[in-house]
Structure formats: structure tokens, C-alpha cells
Design a protein around this ligand. Structure first.
Ligand code: UT7
Length: 328
């Protein structure tokens, strides 16, 4: 019998501090009306606590999930952490998370794929289960975007927020879990959405700091153009190659970057808006955090056997879609 990787628990965490559109109106030349109509975002969460980082949000998502499920952190085999705002350049945030949650038997690593990070990590984690290598895999997608956002740049500061979530993957032999994945990357897109300095190409110097190159740079229009077609196309392709009609798809779980991109994807798939999960108004774009945060927010709506399509587009460029059958 084929072993599938099923999601058997979900966790999530967003910081308490709320940054509203009205707050941003006082910081940059923007308006609540512009932000709502162009993106769908009303507010986002910011991790303000002194000395807290991405790993702390991950731990706050994972620990209650394990506790609810009655699983000791020592039972976890591996932690795969999708993030572009790790606590350090190295070591990997997954290592820090394992320490903070007391997962002494786990090893782990980070996956860097910007807004597609969670899907990349989910696909990787699923393979450890499908191959029979491991029984308990934690996949976490989390970002502290406020650490790399320039709050004087209205092109980016209105979009991003902090937060993330996680899933536990366990073997399933009844056909539930991850069924199919189609993932892509195209490095030609790297300069349209990126953090120009801080890596080995442009190590930190006084000049890079003064030029504000340690913040996110985005050419919004270009990214929008690629996102709108690629996210819609890959979602449609995954649906078609699994012989799913729009009636068969129960939920679209789309990356939360812009309501207009989500609408275009749902249109291409022929989905009614009632099947499209949206929480962008509350959290903005949490990068690797958006998809697990949707699963966390809406898990009570899912029924066992529901067909979910998770899809995303992000910096890199990276994009893709995963089809899974809900197992809970
Ligand atoms: O998650 C990873 C992938 N990222 C994405 O998918 C994001 C994709 N891009 C987008 O979502 C959109 O491009 C944005 C929301 C970033 C921008 O929306 P847009 O409709 O593409 O606006 P634009 O950049 O074309 O700007 C239109 C106008 C410009 O003014 P002019 O040149 O027409 O006078 C901008 O300067 O809006 C201006 N503008 C703003 N005005 C008020 C740009 N940002 C703001 C702002 N408030 N915050």
C-alpha cells in the first residue's frame, strides 16, 4: 500500500501587535483606501517583543500543536523550516527551533524560497514520509518580515506582516495526504523581489546600509504580472492532471499577496469564491507564513477527504501548487 504524507495537526502564531492601514498613513504617503482596493489588506501583525525572532514564532506555533495532539517533542524526527528571515544567516533557524521546543531527537534545516517556502518544504517533508524514512515530520513556514522591511518605502511596507504556522506530517495508507505537487523556479526573476545586500554578493558595509539595501526591494508591477499568470496556470495544471473538475476542488488555499492575484487564480480554476480561503485582510503577506496560517485559521471548515489545492508565487521567482486530500 502506498504511503502518503498526511497533515495530522496544524499550528499557527501571529504576534499581538497590530499595524493598521491608519498607522501606515502616518508613516508614509498612502491611504487606507489605496491599500484596501489594491491589495485587500486592512492590517498586519508585527513582532515587537525585544529579543524575539522568527524561531520564537515557530516555537509558539509548534508547541501548542504538539501538546494538543499529545506528542512529545522528542518524538519529532525532523523539522523543516521555510523562512527568508531566519534568526541568523547561519545556523539554520530549524536548529534553533528544535532547541526551543526541546526536540532533542530531531535534525532539520531551512528552506529558502520566499513566498513559496512552505510549499517547497511541504513537498520535501512529504518525501521523508512517503519513503518510509520518518514517521513524524514538522514543516513550518514563518517570517518576521518587519526585520527586513523599510518603513519609509510605501511600495513594500504596506504589504508585509509577521507570523507563520506549521503542520505535522505522518504516514497514511488510506489515500489521504499529499497527492501531487508541481513546483517551479526561475532565477531570471531574482532582481524583481529581493533583499539586495547582506549575502555574499553584497556583504554588509556602511555603504550598503546607507543605501538601504538590507531591506526588501520589489518591482511590484512586474512581480504582479508574473504572479497572476503563473499562480493561476500552475493551480489549473495540478487540477487538470489529477482529473479534478472545479466541483471536485473543495478549497483553494492561495498565497496571500494580493486579492487580485487570488481572484485571477480562482477564476482560472472556475472556483466559486466560497471555496477560496482568504485572511489577507488580517495578516497581510507573511511570506512563508501565509499558507499554514490559512490552514490554521480555516481547519474547522475542512472535512476528511476534502480536496485542497495550495498554490503560491514568490521571490526567486518561485511558484507552485500542491494537491492534498485532508486526512482529519
Ligand atoms: O508575495 C510575493 C509576491 N508578491 C506579489 O505577488 C506582489 C505583486 N504586486 C502587487 O501586489 C502590486 O503590484 C502592488 C500592491 C505591490 C502595487 O499595486 P499596483 O496596482 O501594481 O500599483 P503600482 O506599483 O503600479 O503603482 C500605482 C500607483 C503609482 O503612482 P503613479 O506612478 O501611478 O502616480 C505608485 O507610486 O500607486 C502608487 N503607489 C501608492 N500609492 C499609495 C504605490 N504604492 C502606494 C501606496 N500608497 N502604498
Amino acid at each position: 500500500m502506498k504511503i502518503n504524507a498526511a497533515i495530522t495537526a496544524v499550528g499557527g502564531y501571529v504576534p499581538e501587535t497590530v499595524l493598521t492601514n491608519a498607522d501606515l498613513e502616518k508613516m508614509v504617503d498612502t491611504s487606507d483606501e489605496w491599500i484596501r482596493t489594491r491589495t485587500g489588506i486592512h492590517e498586519r501583525r508585527i513582532l515587537k517583543e525585544e529579543g524575539k525572532a522568527t524561531s520564537d514564532m515557530a516555537a509558539r506555533a509548534i508547541l501548542p500543536m504538539l501538546e494538543k495532539k499529545g506528542i512529545d517533542p522528542n518524538e519529532i524526527d525532523i523539522i523543516i523550516c521555510a523562512t527568508i528571515t531566519g534568526d541568523y544567516i547561519f545556523p539554520a533557524t530549524a536548529n534553533v527551533v528544535a532547541d526551543k521546543i526541546g526536540a532533542t531527537n530531531a535534525w532539520g534545516y531551512d528552506v529558502s524560497a520566499a513566498c513559496s517556502g512552505f510549499l517547497y518544504a511541504l513537498q520535501t517533508g512529504a518525501k521523508f514520509i512517503e519513503s518510509g524514512t520518518y514517521k513524524k515530520v514538522v514543516v513550518v513556514g514563518v517570517d518576521k518580515m518587519s526585520a527586513i522591511i523599510d518603513y519609509t518605502d510605501r511600495n513594500t511596507c504596506i504589504i508585509f506582516g509577521d507570523g507563520g504556522g506549521c503542520v505535522l506530517l505522518e504516514p497514511n495508507e488510506e489515500g489521504f495526504g499529499v497527492i501531487d505537487a508541481k513546483l517551479h523556479s526561475d532565477g531570471q526573476g531574482r532582481n524583481f523581489l529581493y533583499q539586495p545586500a547582506g549575502g555574499s554578493l553584497n556583504p554588509p558595509t556602511k555603504e550598503t546600509v546607507e543605501a538601504r539595501q538590507h531591506y526588501v526591494y520589489q518591482e511590484g508591477k512586474t512581480v504582479f504580472k508574473f504572479a497572476v499568470t503563473n499562480m493561476a496556470d500552475v493551480s489549473y495544471e495540478v487540477m487538470k492532471r489529477n482529473n479534478l473538475s472545479s466541483d471536485d476542488v473543495d478549497w483553494l488555499v492561495p498565497h496571500q499577496a494580493n486579492l487580485r492575484i487570488i481572484d485571477a487564480t480562482a477564476d482560472r480554476m472556475g472556483l466559486d469564491s466560497s471555496k477560496v480561503l482568504i485572511n489577507i485582510q488580517k495578516y497581510g503577506n507573511t511570506t512563508a507564513g501565509t499558507l499554514p496560517l490559512l490552514l490554521w485559521d480555516f481547519q474547522d471548515k475542512f472535512k476528511k477527504g476534502d480536496n485542497l489545492i495550495l498554490s503560491t508565487f514568490g521571490g526567486g521567482f518561485t511558484w507552485g501548487a500542491i494537491y492534498l486530500k485532508w486526512a482529519l
